[in-house]
Ligand binder design. Sequence first.
Ligand code: FES
Length: 190
Amino acid sequence: MTDLSYDHKQHLKTLLPEPAINEIDHWIKKYPPERKRPPIIAALKVVQEHNGNYLTEELMQAVGEYLDVPQIAVFEVATFYSMFHLDKVGKHVISVCNNISCSLRGADNVIEQLQNRLNIKLGETTDDGLYTIKTVECMAACGGAPMLEVDKVYFENLTEEKVDQILSDIAALEIAKQKKPADLSAEVKK
Ligand code: FES
């Protein structure tokens, strides 16, 4: 017998902090109440951000319950868009396009360079949990092929030097984040 007292919205509320729920509600309100599917993408983005950059089956199920849409609709979105990760990934996911234009203009070299520099294979994450490399389908930046996306930023017309620079910049940012404020102010005074 169906438990009529079951609150379908409650599950997600037990998994996410209140600000995240508020953010999802904000997106839900942008659509007429009968249009329940459009906020799926935004909801999954919020959930992923609050779960260390990846989605679990439980979270996807809870999103479906919260939005009152079939589970399959949520899974379809989560598996269609490359920005969603269904496994644990590194803090910086480097997505290299290997569709036709990027392939013709050297995507394989970019992938090989990343693998060598980070010492991991495609789909793997570095031991320090900082980087994952993956390939993605066309990201609509074919005019700038070959390209990659990392931390929501597109880098186009990649060369060996550019890829090196991207990795160096991310590494420098990570080092800066690890430094205590006192360390940083000492450096500024130099
Ligand atoms: S083929 Fe790479 S962005 Fe379109």
